[in-house]
Design a protein around this ligand. Structure first.
Ligand SMILES: Nc1nc2c(ncn2[C@@H]2O[C@H](COP(=O)(O)OP(=O)(O)OP(=O)(O)O)[C@@H](O)[C@H]2O)c(=O)[nH]1
Ligand SMILES: [Mg+2]
Length: 349
């Protein structure tokens, strides 16, 4: 699962990317930097306090840092093919007013910058759908033809394909046709310190309204503050953020929102060796979840011993107590794993 950080020039994309991925980034295909960001999770921290493991592993999510797209330049064919490999998009728009950072074209309020960006993406998809419709007609099934026509109608209406009502059967086709606007979107607004403290900037209401209607999570962060925070000790971080009325850093909020946007959840394995969060899609059955850890565990799956994180903590954080009180549930291969489940897999190979 990979999220592309995209948006107009100089909006703070690379700053956000570096904050998210720290030193672990590398340059991938087409010179586009990519790296993993830790998904903050208080539950993992609490489990680590209980088990004092040698190793604690958080969930991660992959990000890629794109060059500027939209509002200044068009989305080129080459870029759009790279964008199509992504599962979701994080669109960064600028609110901060620092005069030392130039505007690529004219200064735009974040709501206008975001709307303009969406329009360019929709137009790029419209060109794409029209190209598809104009050729290879005989190679398409009637279903595919109908789906493309539905896409065309939405795009002509200036609606992103994400807004369409698609059935489960449509989704693989949509993916194959490689549209941009069919991907889930998260909006990240880069504020200056004053805007952050006041939680006010031009176009904020409009942008919030637009995101609420479309179902896009909206994250506000301040690039310069986040850079300072990232260099502080944990205690200093908390004190500093409290002064801004923040509970979590913008980076932590963004990683968490991205995880949710992709419909990912975590289950945990615990022990003295390792406390670890494992990433699965919502609704993954137990047997398949076991395969995340090791293919032998999936192949030889017998059952899962499960307790939810909250229940575990309510029992004083002891697996022994949980077992004695019969609170470890035995679940079979089809059990849909839930977010926060603490699991021991029994298997036989
Ligand atoms: N004042 C201020 N400057 C920022 C902030 N975030 C980023 N910058 C600065 O803005 C400039 C552009 O930031 P980048 O992160 O490189 O922006 P970008 O979107 O990756 O730029 P391109 O890839 O060239 O489109 C840099 O000089 C940053 O230091 C912020 O929150 N406040
Ligand atoms: Mg950049």
């Amino acid at each position: 699962m990979k999220i592309g950080i995209i948006g107009p020039g100089l909006s703070g994309k690379s700053t956000l990317f570096r904050l998210l991925t720290g030193a672990g980034a590398e340059t991938g295909k087409g010179g586009i930097p990519q790296g993993a960001a830790r998904v903050p999770d208080e539950r993992v921290e609490n489990l680590a306090k209980i088990f004092k493991p040698q190793k604690t592993v958080f969930a991660t999510i992959e990000f890629a840092d794109f060059p500027p797209l939209g509002n200044s330049g068009q989305i080129s064919g080459e870029m759009s093919s790279r964008l199509k490999a992504l599962d979701a998009l994080a669109v960064v728009v600028r609110a901060h007013r620092d005069p030392s950072v130039p505007w690529p074209a004219e200064p735009l309020a974040p709501d206008a910058a975001f709307s303009g960006f969406m329009q360019e993406m929709i137009l790029s998809d419209l060109v794409h759908v029209e190209t598809l419709l104009s050729r290879k007609k005989d190679k398409r099934t009637p279903e595919e033809q109908k789906l493309l026509e539905t896409c065309q109608a939405l795009l002509e209406d200036m609606k992103p394909l994400y807004a369409g009502k698609w059935s489960e059967d449509d989704l693989p086709y949509l993916r194959n046709f490689a549209f941009l606007s069919s991907r889930p979107i998260l909006v990240a607004v880069n504020l200056d310190e004053e805007q952050m403290q006041a939680l006010a900037y031009n176009g904020r209401q409009e942008l919030m309204e637009l995101c609420r209607e479309a179902g896009y999570p909206l994250i506000e962060f301040c690039g310069t503050l986040e850079m300072e925070i990232s260099q502080m000790s944990k205690e200093d971080q908390e004190e500093f953020m409290a002064a801004y009325g923040l509970k979590e850093s913008g980076i932590a909020r963004l990683a968490a929102a991205a995880y949710e946007l992709l419909q990912l959840i975590s289950f945990f394995t615990v022990g003295e060796d390792e406390v670890r969060a494992w990433t699965i899609h919502k609704g993954t059955p137990a047997k398949k979840a076991a395969g995340k850890i090791h293919s032998d565990m999936e192949r030889g799956f017998i059952r899962a011993e499960v307790i939810g994180y909250d229940e575990f903590m309510a029992l004083g954080g002891s697996l022994k107590t949980a077992r004695e009180q019969g609170k470890l549930r035995l679940e079979g291969k089809d059990y849909p794993v839930r977010d926060g489940d603490i699991i021991t897999f029994r298997f036989n190979v």
